[in-house]
Ligand binder design. Structure first.
Ligand SMILES: [Zn+2]
Length: 262
């Protein structure tokens, strides 16, 4: 573990900002937030799919009983959170978008920044999340299904290029494990952490040799498909530690930097 350098959290001045888990100080939701959550409820309960249109403005005004200004603010909230996209121009309007952990990552980085959380802590969280998740996936009995999921991710990686290739290569492998875990909370949290690691750290510096990464990924894949939970967990831990050690060797100063909101 690389946590020896981490400060005990209690001394972190950033924690003064935190309000624990008490919600007493949280203000009541605004009308636009209430409308936004009702729209999300309807998207879910009506089974709307990606690219499906939301109802027209008049219909939504009647359904939610809010002013036009409040409805527009509600839609704006959902747009910023990546839940919908607003198509401009004639025939435009709000449509449902695919769930993308990037938006969760972006919101999380705002909290992390205000809490004074460092990249060191981000890596620590990554190490807490992924090794046990890899073990959980290794315990799944359907090895053929696991094999096909990894093969599909590998094909996606081979077909991507440039900047996209970096993100796909790092994320698709880890995203497959997250998805196979069958736990959507773990999946979204892990994907958000992966987004921050890739977008904030890996893209800004020299990359680890691709052969090292694919070697590590291949070993983890093998352990997961073969159904060896302890080995899968250990190899994932080694892999993350290797990435962290690499980043630390290239950018030692960045480890204690506060995570930036972006
Ligand atoms: Zn990896």
């Amino acid at each position: 573990m690389h946590t020896a350098q981490g400060l005990p959290v209690i001394y972190n001045p950033g924690f003064k900002r935190l309000d624990g888990i008490r919600s007493a100080s949280a203000r009541p939701p605004k009308a636009s937030e209430v409308a936004a959550s009702r729209i999300v409820n309807d998207i879910v309960s009506q089974g709307l799919q990606v690219n499906d249109r939301l109802p027209g403005e008049a219909e939504m005004l009647a359904a939610y009983g809010v002013s036009r200004e409040t409805l527009r603010e509600a839609l704006r909230i959902l747009e910023v959170q990546g839940m919908i996209a607003i198509k401009r121009g004639p025939g435009g309007g709000p449509i449902v978008t695919a769930l993308n952990a990037y938006y969760l990552a972006r919101t999380a980085t705002m909290y992390f920044m205000l809490a004074g959380a460092t990249y060191n802590e981000l890596f620590e969280a990554w190490e807490v999340l992924e090794p046990p998740m890899s073990a959980k996936v290794a315990r799944l009995s359907d090895s053929q299904m696991k094999k096909e999921a990894f093969e599909a991710a590998e094909m996606a990686t081979e077909m991507s290029s440039g900047d996209e290739a970096l993100f796909t290569a790092v994320n698709d492998f880890h995203a497959v494990i997250a998805q196979l875990s069958g736990n959507r909370v773990l999946m979204l949290l892990t994907q958000a952490v992966n987004h921050i690691v890739v977008d904030h750290i890996l893209e800004s510096g020299e990359l680890m040799a691709e052969s090292d990464i694919s070697h590590a990924h291949a070993g983890i894949t093998e352990a997961i498909i073969a159904g060896w939970p302890r080995r899968a967990s250990q190899l994932m831990r080694d892999h993350i530690e290797e990435v962290v050690a690499f980043v630390r060797s290239r950018h030692p100063e960045r480890m204690d930097d506060v995570i930036q909101w972006r």
